[in-house]
Design a protein around this ligand. Structure first.
Ligand code: NAP
Ligand code: MG
Length: 554
């Protein structure tokens, strides 16, 4: 197993603090427990104690009016929107600024003005500042985890995971710069009689980079791309999803408090259709990382193509992720992994397992195991340690759950679940039962449509070949899981069309990627770049190559 890159990063002594701002370097004592790939499946008691402490503190401070950060300045505007918790919609988490076209343009202007200096700074200095931002995230990891629970409806591990993963993604990008010497590489010396000609390949930043993030991993999918864009030397304008402005603000604070100069990282809030669209339409934008739905992602991809010249669009989009199970599978392991991936974060992961494609002889047995494990999941306020499932994130998802459940009960058989929960403690939140559906004909539209809710569908096929054909017969290609023999697993890897694939994994059939271990990204309609976040080839996506030839007379 590879070593965690962050452990390495942490061991490095912190260098001199940045002059410009005070860095809160000595506030909290370093936590003894750190969420890593190896501790995440079995956290100690200490994690709960710290989470509970942070929960009390965060709840006591809810309901503030929270500004945007443009060019290092707080910006408040007259138009506001409320951020309410999906756990209980009476909880007003904060009031946020409904930014305008002008605010978006001001943020772009700030990023544009800050770019030349940031781009020409030594890359080692950018690495130092970004590591500080990642360290700030780690210092506030419990607070951020709690906000993720309150704002998205994540359970404790999911909330803390999103926060810690962000720090690890940023460290990974910093390490990537270092491992590659800032992507400055000598090329061949060409043989010219009478001259010496030396050639160097240099990857250089593009300019102003826009980062637009979704509601489901609002911290990691904002901080990961931003960290890579920044360390590469781009400046950033970041717009979070309207459902998750608070986590976005916390990221902006971690960047600011690291001493990242004014204008280098700007945080604007407001609707995608206005603020987001303004960012996309502006010719000063050199590149974009969008993470969200297929429809919005393709809209952005096409809009960018209409510009004066090609510009990079890293679009990370939806999924319709299959788990393929053969007659040789360990069904207990398969059911464990499938239930985790179908219902973790209420099925609202882009990597959620929404299709279970199983060889006919073992289908009934697998379905029974899945149903039993699903019915054992506890649902409720996800800030409480006993609950695994929280609410779905917003009113739209809650309404759609009812519509899909009705459609599926007509088209097939609901084995378990199928209801919104409306009584008692559930009354003011968006709670939906974990739902497993069988007997839906293969021609039904919902075999291809990403529902993004706690609903998974199971079906029988006659062979591994048929299973793979069905698995690939969608426009998406994000993650995929497999349970069966080692030999069959090789067939699966060779034929499955997906960017993140797992075989025989109880920790999750299709979910649970971690930077440095399973870099994350999709094929086909799930992603535009062909390279995964938190992986070997990610940071170079944020730079273009310049060959520098220097000639001297002998
Ligand atoms: P979404 O509705 O597509 O929104 C994503 C972001 O785009 C939000 O910040 C949204 O702002 C913004 N936006 C909307 N319209 C825009 C426009 N015209 N111009 C610019 N920005 C615009 O997605 P979501 O519901 O938040 O997230 C769920 C989706 O994300 C799922 O499809 C999921 O599979 C996908 N996802 C993919 C990955 C991956 O790595 N491949 C990871 C996580 C999630 P508003 O909120 O203000 O509308
Ligand atoms: Mg909300």
């Amino acid at each position: 197993m590879p070593k965690t890159t962050t452990a390495k990063a942490k061991a490095r002594p912190a260098k001199k603090p940045v002059a410009r701002r005070k860095v809160a370097a000595k506030t909290a004592p370093a936590p003894a427990f750190r969420l890593t790939y190896s501790t995440m499946f079995n956290p100690p008691e200490e994690m709960h104690t710290r989470y509970d402490k942070a929960l009390a503190k965060v709840k006591a401070g809810m309901g503030k009016d929270v500004g945007m950060i443009i060019n290092g300045q707080e910006r408040f505007v007259a138009d506001k929107f409320e951020d309410r918790s999906p756990i209980n919609t009476d909880w007003v988490l904060g009031t946020f600024q409904k930014g305008s076209k002008q605010d978006a343009e001001d943020a772009l202007a700030a990023a544009h003005a800050a770019w030349p200096k940031w781009a020409n700074m030594k890359w080692q200095d950018r690495v130092r500042l970004l590591r500080k931002a990642a360290a700030n995230i780690e210092k506030r990891v419990y607070e951020i985890g709690v906000v993720l629970s309150l704002e998205v409806g994540k359970n404790r591990m999911e909330g803390l995971g999103d926060a810690q993963e962000t720090a690890d993604l940023i460290y990974y990008s910093c390490d990537s710069m270092e491992r590659n010497g800032g992507f400055i590489k000598p090329m061949g010396t060409d043989p010219l009689t009478g001259f010496t000609s030396t050639n160097v390949s240099v990857l250089r930043p593009y300019g102003v980079w826009v980062v637009i993030s979704p509601f489901n991993f609002p911290f990691a999918l904002a901080g990961g791309p931003s960290g890579a864009a920044l360390v590469a030397g781009n400046t950033v304008v970041f717009k979070p999803a309207t459902d998750t402005p608070w986590t976005g603000r916390l990221l902006a604070e971690c960047m600011r408090d690291a001493g990242i100069p004014d204008g280098v990282f700007n945080y604007v809030t407001g609707p995608g259709s206005t603020v987001g669209q303004t960012l996309i339409d502006d010719p000063r934008v050199a590149g974009i990382t969008f993470t969200g739905s297929y429809n919005v992602g393709m809209h952005i991809y096409r809009a960018f193509a209409a510009g004066r010249y090609p510009r990079p669009v890293i679009a990370e989009m939806g999924g319709k992720n299959p788990a393929v199970v053969t007659r040789h599978a360990d069904l207990e392991t398969a059911a464990t992994g499938i239930v985790r991936s179908a219902f973790g974060l209420q099925g609202q992961k882009c990597s959620a397992c929404s299709r279970i494609i199983v060889e006919a002889p073992v289908k009934d047995k697998l379905a029974a195991l899945i149903v039993a494990k699903t019915e054992a999941l506890k649902i409720g306020d996800p800030t409480l340690r006993e609950n695994y499932l929280g609410p779905v994130a917003n009113a739209g998802g809650y309404r759609e759950f009812g519509e899909f459940a009705e459609e599926l009960s007509g088209a097939g058989t609901i084995l378990t679940g199928g209801h919104q929960l409306k009584q008692g403690d559930y009354a003011k939140g968006y709670f939906c039962e974990a739902t497993v559906v069988d007997n839906v004909p293969h021609s039904h539209r919902l075999w291809k449509h990403e529902m993004f809710l706690p609903i998974t569908m199971i079906t029988a096929v006659d062979s591994l070949q048929s299973a793979l054909a069905m698995a690939n017969d969608v426009d998406y290609g994000l993650t995929a899981g497999f349970y069966g023999s080692a030999k069959e697993a090789e067939t699966f890897f060779n034929h499955i069309e997906a960017g993140v694939t797992y075989a025989n994994r109880p920790q999750g059939a299709t979910t649970g990627a971690w930077p440095g271990f399973q870099p994350f990204g999709g094929w086909k309609g799930s992603g535009s770049s062909g390279k995964n976040g938190g992986g070997l080839y990610y940071v170079p996506l944020y730079m273009h190559e310049q060959i520098q030839t220097r000639v001297k007379k002998d």
